[in-house]
Design a protein around this ligand. Structure first.
Ligand code: SF4
Length: 433
């Protein structure tokens, strides 16, 4: 099972390759020395991951060829937009018409969209975002695997079930061999081309140990490696980049400094943004975003979260719902409705038409089983499948009853592929050319 389609290199120019996918041209950044015109490669997150033999590529492409065009047709059909034919109020139609033409919306117009309540109006917002997603990203959808290597954390974020204050939780830390084995299975058996390694801010691994793990994964099994270990310091980021990590998943959760401090005791928004900025300068792909539905959060805060993600050069937006965990100080707060998050994804797509991929988080799926489909039909084009060994998965309890927490990797993959096919999405993963 593969989560990317091999493409043929048509042109190489200053570290960038132009790749052909059944006639569609995409660009990717290349760091591999051995790539020549005519080679077949896999790419993820806009980076060339590895080269494969022409014979292997031809056999995969033969299987995909017919399917690829069928999927495109399904996607085109599902993303058609006809605002002229809609029975909706004039203001909404005018704002969405502007958005569909990629015109910049004012803050007032964006807040108006975030505030929509009426089901039909919200549906029209989702359709417009899906139209924009199709226009600029076509039917590509990236599928990352994620391995949660440890649930130890030194922080005490007020919403998080694995925060240090939660004494009820059984803690685990995967050994190096367990991590290498899980990565090998994800990449070699399940076909992931992109893998996120995640943990709490765990002082149990040294940066050198993490670097060694990343290096060994890269040597044995080529893949795009993204890290999500919290604030590991600028030197830590540099070392892990040298070891081969190329993406950083680090959400700032709230762009409002007062709210940030309230939910992150002892932490400071400036330090988090500094990590993101320096990581971007080093060459990391940035995956960031916020928590939606936090107590005391306003619609303006949420809009600023989207703006801040864009300012941080996010290559992928990650916005997840606040879900109260019973062993946190926010246990008695209300969770946010799935539709509110999907609205945020749709508005994010309107704000960033062309650059950022948008993730449907597992947390959103936890709120509502249909949310993955809903998010993908409202501008999102990325998802992550949890490939943490089942013995540990239940213990990474950042919020309760997580979706897929007891589901094997194969089941998850099969249901995801079936969903992607029903929506006409193909697992290509390159910058739109
Ligand atoms: S949100 Fe991250 S840093 Fe905060 S307690 Fe949870 S795992 Fe630790």
């Amino acid at each position: 099972m593969c989560y990317a389609i091999p493409g043929k290199v048509e042109k190489i120019e200053d570290g960038t390759v132009v790749v052909d996918y059944f006639g569609e041209k995409r660009k990717a950044h290349n760091e591999l020395a051995e790539i020549s015109v005519g080679d077949y490669i896999y790419a993820q997150g806009g980076l060339v991951v590895n080269k494969i033999s022409s014979a292997e590529a031809q056999s995969i492409l033969a299987v995909w060829k017919e399917t690829f065009f069928q999927l495109q047709e399904v996607d085109l059909k599902l993303s058609r937009l006809n605002l002229g034919n809609q029975d909706a109020d004039q203001k909404l139609l005018e704002v969405l018409d502007k958005a569909s033409q990629s015109q910049k919306l004012s803050t007032e117009e964006l807040l108006y969209l975030l505030d929509l309540k009426d089901k039909k109006k919200v549906e029209l917002l989702f359709k417009t975002a899906n139209f924009l997603r199709q226009k600029y990203f076509k039917n590509s959808c990236c599928v990352h695997g994620i391995i949660e290597i440890s649930n130890y954390c030194r922080r005490s974020c007020q919403y998080c079930g694995i925060a240090s204050y939660n004494q009820e939780l059984k803690r685990y830390r995967m050994t190096k061999d367990e991590i290498l084995q899980a990565a090998k299975e994800a990449i070699q058996i399940h076909g992931f081309k992109s893998l996120v390694l995640q943990s709490g801010e765990d002082c149990g691994y040294s940066i050198d140990e993490l670097a060694d793990i990343i290096k060994q994964i890269k040597e044995k099994t080529p893949a795009l490696i993204l890290i999500s270990f919290g604030e590991i310091g600028i030197e830590g980021l540099e070392k892990l980049y040298q070891a081969g990590a190329r993406g950083l998943l680090l959400r700032f959760e709230s762009s409002n400094p007062v709210l940030y401090k309230k939910i992150h005791p002892g932490m400071d928004l400036t330090s988090r943004l500094d990590h993101l900025r320096k990581a971007y300068e080093m060459g990391y792909l940035i995956l960031t975003g916020g928590l939606v539905g936090l107590p005391g959060q306003s619609k303006e805060d949420i809009l600023n979260d989207i703006f801040l993600s864009k300012e941080q050069h996010a290559q992928m937006f990650s916005f997840g719902p606040f879900i109260p965990h019973p062993h946190t100080p926010l246990a008695k707060e209300d969770p946010v409705a799935a539709q509110e998050i999907i609205k945020v994804l749709a508005v994010a797509r309107i704000i960033d038409n062309t650059h950022a991929k948008i993730l449907v988080t597992t947390a959103l799926e936890t709120l509502n089983q249909e949310a993955l489909r809903g998010g993908l039909l409202a501008g999102a084009n990325s998802l992550m499948l949890n490939v943490t060994p089942l013995d540990y998965r239940m213990l990474y309890s950042i919020y309760p009853d997580r979706a897929h927490q007891s589901e094997g990797s194969i089941e998850q993959i099969e249901s995801t592929v079936a969903l992607l096919r029903s929506l006409g999405r193909a697992p290509t993963d390159l910058e739109a050319f």
